[in-house]
Design a protein. Structure first.
Length: 384
């Protein structure tokens, strides 16, 4: 058995019996182990893992929760865990205040989702062989509310110094994009822009072979493309972006920047829930949430052929330009060929469970009126 995945019941306060499972002959020989559990059992879980040597090369601990009481694993317990995992090369931690320190002499890849998951990270924690760090702040994902400034922003400066990580060559910050982690409240949005601004001023750029950034807003793109600091990095990636990046501008920049998909719409987390697309044809009017359209696009857009993307881009661009009312108080609208709209939305929703959704109802009506309507009229409505 090469891998083992354990998902513990989220309401448990102890993990009795887990130690016996982990100490079984099969479990001690697995190379990849993933455990999801409530943070209240972190100390017991670490003690069970550290009880005997293991051949693990990869360990993932998802210890996040909507509410938590900080009780980080102490330095002695963490040291015993590291000693029990001499072959560990990849570690993923998801949660808040899990470890005070976690020094491992041979760890090469570290994924930390939680700005204080390892309290000493970027300060006193020594990880000499880590070359690849995936860092997501996850601020606000535990139901916390801040009386003052978001504490992750002050912590970010310490993290970006990367003290204790002399071998770091790849830094992935892309998971700080708005809404990319379920359940987060403050993750992304304005912070993504602040994070990009802050990374441009850190001396760590001179050490990196590769930097992966969250999608920036249009006004940050100018700083990215003109940054002499960013030009020091061998390769800068932005996996996806939301409009505002002109591919032609990339050709003249000194930054070795690669941009993946460029969506033609706003991120769905920035679309207000009451923004509605009114679709009229064949004497019928159907309302669908703009946020639902954006969500479908983020799920399906990558699978579209270039021609299909261009058609969808045109629909979204033109719709975004609509006002709720024109100067004379009447609603504005756009007309689009029925066949083009029908084919685009059918492709957009392919493979998606649309039962009991308004988009599902739209597809049913489109199918009924094929051959009887030539035009679809779209209006922007403030509804629900």
């Amino acid at each position: 058995m090469e891998s083992l995945c354990l998902d513990l019941y989220a309401n448990v306060e102890t993990c009795d019996g887990l130690g016996d499972v982990l100490d079984s002959e099969a479990a001690t020989q697995v190379q990849r182990l993933s455990i999801s559990a409530p943070p209240v059992v972190t100390s017991q879980l670490v003690a069970d893992l550290a009880r005997s040597p293991r051949a693990l090369a990869s360990l993932q601990l998802n210890l996040s929760a909507a509410r938590y009481e900080p009780s980080p694993v102490g330095e002695d317990e963490a040291a015993r865990l590291c000693q029990a995992l001499p072959e560990l090369r990849a570690l993923t931690l998801v949660g808040r205040e899990l470890f005070e320190d976690l020094p491992h002499p041979t760890l090469e890849r570290l994924c930390v989702w939680g700005y204080d998951a390892i309290i000493g990270l970027g300060q006193w924690t020594e990880l000499p062989c880590v070359r690849d760090l995936d860092l997501a702040l996850l601020s606000g994902s535990t139901g916390e509310r801040f009386a003052g400034p978001d504490p992750s922003r002050a912590r970010l400066a310490e993290l970006l110094r990367m003290d204790g990580l002399p071998g770091l060559r790849r830094l992935d910050l892309s998971h700080n994009a708005a809404g990319c982690v379920a359940g987060t409240i403050y993750l992304g949005g304005k912070r993504s822009e602040a994070l990009v601004e802050q990374i441009l001023d850190t001396p760590i750029l001179g050490r990196l072979d590769e930097l992966v950034l969250p999608p920036p807003s249009g006004d940050v793109v100018d700083r990215l493309l003109a940054s002499p600091q960013l030009a020091q990095v061998g390769r800068v990636q932005i996996p996806f972006a939301f409009f505002g990046i002109d591919q032609a501008r990339l050709e003249s920049t000194p930054v070795n920047l690669e941009v993946g998909l460029v969506y033609p719409h706003r991120p769905r987390v920035e679309v207000h829930g009451r923004e509605v697309m009114s679709v009229e044809f064949g004497g019928s009017e159907i309302w669908i949430a703009v946020s639902q359209v954006a969500e479908l696009m983020e799920a399906r857009y990558a699978s579209f052929a270039p021609e299909a993307r261009a058609t969808l881009d045109e629909i979204i661009y033109r719709f975004d330009e609509l006002a709720y009312y024109d100067d004379e108080g009447g609603p504005t609208y756009m007309d689009i060929a029925y066949s083009s709209f029908d084919a685009t939305f059918e492709r957009l929703c392919a493979g998606v469970d649309l039962e009991e959704t308004r988009v599902g109802g739209l597809l049913e009506h489109l199918a009924k009126h094929r051959g009887t309507a030539d035009t679809v009229r779209l209006k922007k409505v403030w509804g629900w």
